[in-house]
Design a protein around this ligand. Structure first.
Ligand code: MN
Ligand code: MN
Length: 322
């Protein structure tokens, strides 16, 4: 029998493993994972939420999921660095496709996203979700809090996103206030990393600004996150604008003075001991990107978070560096 090559996403009958692909062609799924909504035995469902109606400045993050899938194709051909194993042999991941968001009926959007997430989470499968603007985290948190109780939020962001919320706005800068007010987040367990804007109210979040991270380093950041979240269910909400615009130009509200991609990758790679229940990665806006810098950073950060779950599944390094 001829060995199968190409389009694993639509031709494979199983979720794990991989085969040879053309990195520059073929059907796009995240990391070439199989497209399916069958969650039997699935550890993680990857999904997009292409909604950017809550952006305050540049829109365009509705194209984020597609760009991140495209930028992931090279990663799909490689063993995972620096983890030293093959992710696709060690974690059952599928591409669940995108949440259907109807921009012409905005009153349906919050429910659509929450329902989409709940369908996955209630089966015990974890979610990795690509925005969309950061507002999509609100319905995602609603679904997660229903399943896991109040969430320890680990938020990477240039912005606090806790500006005043009236309980009904579509605003990617206020939805965490609403989430706190609705009891979805346990702020005493939560940390915000990389901020470089002021808030009116911190709600009890621990804020590690970008200058603080630059001065104190990755290990100190990890100590704070771990000591706060302890054994609580941790949801990572990653706004790509936490990166300096030099590392992530393709986003809606860039702010200078941010983190480097190596810094955030080291922080993400240090979160493996936490009780990780879900992640979103938002605000990638490809029209403002150059040479896929932003989308590649996003794909790599998401990939490395999956590697943490593979480690929990017992994946051990098969390869080492000197
Ligand atoms: Mn932001
Ligand atoms: Mn944000």
């Amino acid at each position: 029998m001829t060995k199968k090559q190409g389009d694993f996403a639509v031709r494979s009958s199983k979720n794990t493993g991989s085969w040879k692909e053309m990195a520059y062609a073929g059907v796009l799924s995240f990391l070439r994972r199989r497209y399916t909504r069958d969650l039997n035995g699935v550890d993680v469902a990857v999904s997009g939420v292409p909604y950017d109606g809550a952006a305050t400045n540049r829109s365009g993050s509705r194209f984020g999921p597609r760009a991140i899938r495209q930028a992931s194709t090279e990663l799909a051909t490689l063993d995972s660095f620096p983890f030293g194993f093959n992710l696709y042999e060690n974690l059952n991941i599928v591409d669940y496709g995108d949440c259907f968001v109807d921009p012409h009926h905005p009153e349906t959007i919050i429910n659509s996203i929450e329902k989409h997430a709940a369908e996955v989470i209630l089966t015990g499968t974890k979610m990795l979700t690509f925005g969309g603007d950061h507002f999509v985290s609100y319905p995602l948190l609603k679904a997660h809090a229903k399943q896991y109780g109040p969430i320890a939020l680990v938020q990477f962001d240039a912005h606090c996103d806790t500006w005043e919320d009236d309980g009904s706005t579509f605003d990617h800068g206020t939805m965490f206030s609403r989430a706190v007010n609705e009891g979805l987040i346990d702020t005493s367990k939560s940390t915000q990393i990389g901020l470089r804007t002021y808030n009116n109210k911190d709600y009890g979040f621990k804020v590690l600004t970008s200058p603080w991270v630059h001065k104190n380093g990755v290990d100190e950041v990890l100590d704070v996150i771990k000591s706060r979240s302890d054994t609580s269910p941790v949801y990572v909400s990653f706004d790509i604008d936490v990166l300096d615009p030099g590392f992530a130009p393709g986003t809606g509200t860039p702010v200078s003075g941010g983190l480097a991609s190596w810094q955030v990758l080291e922080i993400i790679r240090g979160l493996g001991s936490l009780n990780l229940v879900g992640m979103d990665l938002v605000e990638v806006s490809p029209a403002y990107d150059h040479s896929e810098i932003t989308a590649l950073a996003a794909a790599t950060i998401a990939h490395d978070w999956l590697c943490l779950l593979a480690q929990k599944n017992g994946a051990v390094p098969q390869k080492t560096t000197n």
